[in-house]
Design a binder for this molecule. Structure first.
Ligand code: UT7
Length: 330
């Protein structure tokens, strides 16, 4: 959909846990190899939280960096939206806990559950609060402790995921060149069980049985999602650029969800976009779900890879199945 939300990025931040887990670490206890993991996924290492560290701690660190970069105090933030599939607690939202931890006022604070597409959902949602005047400084995050729902005995998923948080502060702008030029969000609930956690919700509350049957861990149909992801990434980028009336050559940078290097490579090669215009951090962090795009965006700003005036395409997909894209002139 073509639109013009006059928003700009005031600051970004990111945080990853200190503990690095390499592919070799997995080979010590699972029937896998560094070669298989690198060839099939592009992942070389990932970060895993320390005992007692969770999504809130990651979010606090990423948010403080974004606040410092924006030169803002916590009291100046008037909206918090966290995209997460792994909240600090089932209740309340991690956004409420973050509000108190940062020392913000009694501002609207909520989580978005759109899995790996969540950061794009959060960005699009916050932009609408800003556009209609209901907020002036929105703190958005993609924050995950994916390893808390990863079955470390299942080689098909254990090697894929990592923990991280990325934050951004959005604010309205008078600069006519900046803003979100187009965005698309979608979901296909018929494929809800392509990636899911069967236990611990209202359908099957936590019990000794759910623990014994490992139902609190993520189950994933990897192959089916692979095909969906390549096609969806390809069509979302193409259609979102078209909505905004820009050509793919005009894109300075594409920030895709980091689920698998091969998915990214095959989607962008079909689009004719060179890999040097594509953010990649899956080698260092694995799949960090909602955090992956947020983290890559912060890295791109921090390293000077993107600069004011650039057209940046965000694209993500995940459990739901969900998907989202946003084209931002920064
Ligand atoms: O974040 C959004 C949601 N998730 C995704 O986007 C994930 C999308 N899917 C993928 O990235 C890929 O499908 C995977 C990386 C998960 C798997 O790669 P694949 O090339 O699709 O492999 P596969 O599932 O078809 O499995 C091929 C073989 C199987 O063995 P057999 O049946 O051929 O004997 C698996 O059992 O590889 C085996 N395998 C492994 N071997 C060594 C699966 N995991 C491993 C492993 N190490 N870690």
């Amino acid at each position: 959909m073509k639109m013009k939300w006059a928003v700009e990025i005031a600051g970004t931040g990111a945080y990853v846990p200190e503990r690095v887990v390499t592919n070799e670490d997995f080979t010590k206890r699972l029937d896998t190899s560094d070669e298989w993991i690198v060839q099939r996924t592009g992942i070389r290492e990932r970060r895993i939280v320390a005992p007692g560290e969770g999504t809130l701690a990651l979010s606090v660190n990423a948010s403080r960096q974004a606040l410092a970069e924006a030169g803002l105090q916590p009291e100046e933030i008037d909206l918090i939206v966290i995209a997460t599939a792994t909240p600090e607690h089932p209740l309340p939202s991690t956004a409420c806990e973050l509000q108190a931890a940062l020392g913000c006022g009694w501002i609207p604070s909520f989580d978005i559950a759109a899995a790996c597409a969540g950061y794009v959902y959060a960005m699009v949602s916050a932009a609408q609060f800003l556009d209609c005047g209901m907020a002036t400084k929105a703190l958005i995050l993609g924050a995950e402790t994916l390893t808390s729902i990863t079955d470390m005995e299942d080689r098909g998923t254990a090697i894929l995921f990592g923990d991280a948080a990325g934050a951004a502060i959005l604010q309205p702008t008078d600069d006519p060149n900046k803003g979100i030029l187009a965005a698309r969000l979608g979901a296909d609930g018929a494929r809800a069980k392509a990636v899911w956690v069967p236990g611990g919700g209202s359908a099957e509350p936590a019990s000794i049985k759910t623990v014994n049957e490992r139902l609190h861990y993520m189950k994933m149909k990897g192959r089916a999602i692979y095909k969906f992801a390549v096609n969806m990434m390809h069509s979302l980028v193409r259609d979102t650029a078209e909505d905004a009336g820009v050509s793919l050559d005009d894109l300075a940078y594409v920030i895709p969800h980091q689920s698998n290097l091969r998915i990214i490579e095959s989607a962008v090669s079909r689009l004719g976009i060179p890999m040097d215009k594509v953010a990649i951090n899956i080698d260092r962090y694995g799949n960090t779900s909602a955090a992956s795009v947020a983290l890559a965006f912060h890295e791109a700003r921090e390293t000077g890879r993107i600069k004011s005036g650039d057209l940046v395409m965000f694209v993500a997909f995940g459990a739901g199945l969900t998907w989202g894209s946003a084209l931002l002139r920064i």
